[in-house]
Design a protein around this ligand. Sequence first.
Ligand code: BES
Ligand code: MN
Ligand code: MN
Length: 457
Amino acid sequence: MNEETQAYLKSAQKQQVNELIEWLRIPSISTIPAHKPDLLDAANWLIKNMESSGLENVELIETDGHPLVYADWLHAGPDKPTVLVYGHYDVQPVDPLELWETPPFEPTVRGDDLFARGASDDKGQTFIHVKAVEAFMQTEGALPVNIKFLVEGEEESGGAEIAKYVPKNKEKLAADVCLISDTGIMSPTQPIITYSLRGMWAGEITVMGPTSDLHSGMFGGAIHNANQALAELLAALHDTDGRVMVPGFYDNVTEMTADERAVLAKVPYGDKELLAISGAPAAYGEPEYSVVERIGARPTLEINGMWGGYITEGFKTVIPSQAHAKVSCRLVPDQEPARIGKLIDDYLQELAPETITVKVESRGAGAPAFLAPMDLPAIQAAARAYGKVFGTEPVFKREGGGIPIVGDIQRELNMPVVLMGFGLPDDNLHAPNEKFHLPNFWRGIETAMVFMEEIVG
Ligand code: BES
Ligand code: MN
Ligand code: MN
């Protein structure tokens, strides 16, 4: 990168942050129906900014859910690679609101950090690529590669609409590589290449006992309590080491090779870091795997919420008629989401005593896991870009979170996917006081630019 470009980037920093702040003010929470107009506003804001940044064919794509945004710049020439940038403009809900030091949609800079919902996940990281395009246009008047953008507004709610759109628009989205910034790095000086994401199956379990709540004096001892029955079923899902007890659950799980385990052993993250960042008293889970492996390469079954009976103020001697749990699994290659849902259902039906009935309902179609070979040329280009900008070679890591559309991009569009993220482990994703470390934002813009140069070769 030449001096003129360096100087431009330095001089543009403040303006780039001010623009991002405007976008972050729009409360584009995709999982809450009342925010629907805000998603449209956030999409339209992005469109305006993409246009003024030099992108072309900028388009709002209506869907049955929240709109997609498409844009491109295709003048590098047919001999140059085409990069497809994916991102998401929707954000997570903000509760508990009282724990935010400054309101989630009043973006605030404190020290080196910009605090707001979506600052890191994923408006801030998506914006990196728009500003990288702008920087090239402002300094060179052109990009080294052809570029396309596809930005969705439903990632945090499962990505159903983009999953319909992608297979129907293979031609339009055709590219040599998909580049995504929606993951993290280890520290401001230690980049990470994420080469795997976990998939997901989610559902709800309902235990049904008597047809209505009952007086626990008149019926207690002779009727199975639905809350208790649910607890008994949920307790049978894991052994004491945290292994999932659902028969067949691990059938298709691909084991890591010794080489891969050696790569993951280099990630500077262990029990100490895990406990410091989570505040938990001790680590949990399969003892034969490191915490990095447990989080990235092993599947889980989590109980996300449970309710039933009387839970508000006061006291009520009741036998509940129904009890509920929301559950979800993080999946690894090659577990199939639908099959996992069926295995859980079968197991619970098998376990359920005759005193209750149990129902398992899937929520959405789920998403398979994503895994890329570490030696892909596009991934190596990203590694070089990180190395040049951060001054440190990246480590390679598997991430436990997921981005539902990634597997489809890889399979349906038949292109390598590079996860080049800039978040930090303490960015408070999905939690109060989400933030983006501004030096990562600016370095992200530079890394995105160097990636484009590196991919040209
Ligand atoms: N950006 C995250 C995925 C992620 C999380 C990457 C942590 C790296 C570290 C993404 O926005 C996300 O939150 N995904 C959801 C998907 C779900 C709601 C379908 C997830 O993983 O829970
Ligand atoms: Mn995200
Ligand atoms: Mn997220």
